[in-house]
Design a binder for this molecule. Sequence first.
Ligand code: HEC
Ligand code: HEC
Ligand code: HEC
Ligand code: HEC
Ligand code: HEC
Length: 635
Amino acid sequence: MLHRAGTHTFARAWLAAALLAALCTAPIRTARAQAPVASTAHRVPDSMAQRALACTGCHGEQGRAQAEGYVPRLAGKPAGYLLAQLQAFRDGRRRQQTMGALLQALDDEMLAALATHFASLSLPYPPPTGAALPAADARRARELVEQGDTARRIPACQACHGQRLTGVAPHVPGLLGLPADYLIGQIGAWRTGHRHARTPDCMGDVARRLPAADISRVARWLAVQPVPNDASAAAAPPGRWPLECAGQPEATPQVAAASTSTAPAVAAQVARGAYLARVGNCAGCHTAPGGPTLAGAVRLTTPWGDVFAGNLTPDADTGLGRWSAEDFHRAMHEGRGRDGRDLVPVFPYTSFTHVARDDNDALFAYLRSLPPVSRARPAHTLRFPYGTPTILALWRGLNFRPAAALAQAPTGGLARGAYLVRGLGHCGECHAPRNATGAMTESLSGAEMPSEPWYAPSLQPAPGPAGDTRQTVTLLREGRNAHGVASGPMARVVLDSTQHWQAQDLELAARYLHSLTPRATTRAAPAGDPVLLRTGAALYADRCADCHGRDGAGVPGIYPPLAGNPGVTQASIRNLVQILAHGGFAASTAANPRPYGMPPAELSDTQTAAVLSFIRQAFGHRAATVSPLDVARAR
Ligand code: HEC
Ligand code: HEC
Ligand code: HEC
Ligand code: HEC
Ligand code: HEC
């Protein structure tokens, strides 16, 4: 129902989006050449190269990239540097729409595996192309690179990027063999705040001190320097900077799950609270990416403006330090702050109101055990009149009544399943349709997410084999099952929350979902226009069948089937359009730690409509066909 600012809105002031689109179409072909050949005995290499096919369409075969243009090379760059960049794209410190979407549900281990893969490739660089600079420009560029500019407090580029400018392992990248447009774009991105490294962000300081004319000079000079035969990064000078300069994780206080000195009863309550915080995915909204646990100040974008989740650590001034267990229970149960303020319902208290007092006490005990972090919540920036006390009071009067008080959480049976789904798990916040004033309704019959171009499908049981409890449990635990994959926002829910649910809780939640009124059966749609379907079939054979199989059966555990996949035939085509536009990975989970990737398909609206119409009517499906206009609307 909302998303972190930055993950999906990426207006780049620096380069036209058209440039990217143009660059990304051609190399898709090289990527396809490596994809497995569709055959009945579908053998897929168990390699990182195979998983990274989602990347090579844009970054070039084996991460080599092109000499000209914008998409950077990955091959042979220092692994620590690549990992820091992947985390930055996933967490919104660096922005590129497709990369942000692709990496959303991957954990640090998987990102490290991708970084190591590309770092280990050693491919020759292409000879530099482009015109030599006028002598005066070249002299100035060389001076900056070799000596810096003392008056402006700019160190020599060589001081950090290495004597040969091939980088310093593990965190500082090389500067040779990169297109001038890319170098200019990156330095510009630091100046406009579109790119950050973790603090201390030394390169940010350098970028802000460089005069605009020098940026272009130094970039054009670097772009025409020959790359040495051995372009590998220099070893780090032991113990000395610039190692302290980048890539080091911000010191995150470790979560004291159960502190050693406390009594066993308290320790058990804290551990239980830590588990409940996973079930309620408090960190999904209250932990800034890469920031200290539950210290808040996280911006959440809604159609009504931006709100900030608060600091839940026990800091006296900015967190819950002065709160009592009673205050906390009131916030969860009634949606009121300690000062009696009506809280904005982006905080899902319309669901959390069902949480029992004993669970709230455990959550509170866990929050009290966190290291206090001083971090104030910025003021919400909701558009008038949303967020004014009057409107909030009115909205609550219309739409919210605290649930009947519950002292103890149900421990078993369908009652516990309902409690988890409706209460702490807040599944309805995405899966329940909303009324005209934006309030969640009771049914879990599916809804469009207001802030993201995704559709959260009905959780009512579907007829047929997909409506099987076992498969629902597997999807929530592994992020995939025999019928498909959890993609987009649901992959995040799996990554952050449901994969950590205890086996019994998952089982009861799934059983509860399967006890709901079944979905209405949809009538078979009429057969589509044969010309459209033929175009779609040809595109499918060319672009999709390598992975999903000619018969749409996929490869078990690796590539999801499209045949019999409920996501392919549901009425809303939003998710299909998003997956085709940006590609994706299933969530990294214990059962599937290194998922395989789907590359962005880079198809026009007309081509997308054709291929979607095809997969919705092939493999025994009879779902409605899709028009280019439908695709444009869903983008
Ligand atoms: C839609 C095309 C596209 C796809 C697909 C894509 N990337 Fe990128 N990638 C880019 C662009 C464009 C940039 C430069 C972004 C910028 O301006 O900051 C980039 C930048 C990067 C960087 C930073 C490189 C540097 O030197 O700073 C890394 C690392 C990276 N991508 C890795 C990956 C990986 C791994 C994948 C697959 C999971 C992937 N990319 C998929 C387009 C893409
Ligand atoms: C004080 C150390 C330092 C100095 C001096 C420095 N850099 Fe950097 N630079 C870095 C670090 C660290 C990174 C990697 C930042 C990150 O992790 O995102 C970097 C990254 C870059 C990048 C991005 C490369 C890519 O592949 O995306 C460019 C471009 C760059 N520097 C150019 C320069 C130029 C040009 C100079 C000289 C004018 C310079 N740097 C001087 C530390 C430095
Ligand atoms: C979907 C996002 C989201 C999730 C999930 C979420 N919260 Fe929040 N929470 C918010 C927002 C936004 C606010 C700020 C509301 C306001 O200030 O009006 C907030 C406020 C709060 C407050 C009041 C803090 C204050 O300073 O007044 C408490 C307590 C709280 N959340 C606890 C939790 C707990 C415990 C969990 C997990 C069980 C949780 N939240 C999960 C978004 C979320
Ligand atoms: C942040 C929004 C969000 C929340 C919260 C959320 N979901 Fe989802 N869910 C989605 C979206 C979007 C999809 C569609 C993803 C796709 O097509 O793969 C989805 C898909 C699913 C599916 C697959 C349905 C199908 O027919 O293929 C199941 C099952 C599911 N969610 C269960 C849950 C449960 C259980 C919870 C609560 C613990 C939950 N979801 C919470 C957004 C959400
Ligand atoms: C390189 C292999 C590869 C290629 C080529 C590929 N896919 Fe995928 N596809 C995947 C993987 C892996 C996933 C699971 C990742 C995800 O859903 O985020 C996936 C997911 C999907 C899904 C979502 C399935 C679900 O259960 O939610 C659809 C729909 C889809 N692909 C359609 C296509 C179409 C149409 C094409 C051709 C235009 C295509 N794919 C090309 C690998 C591929």
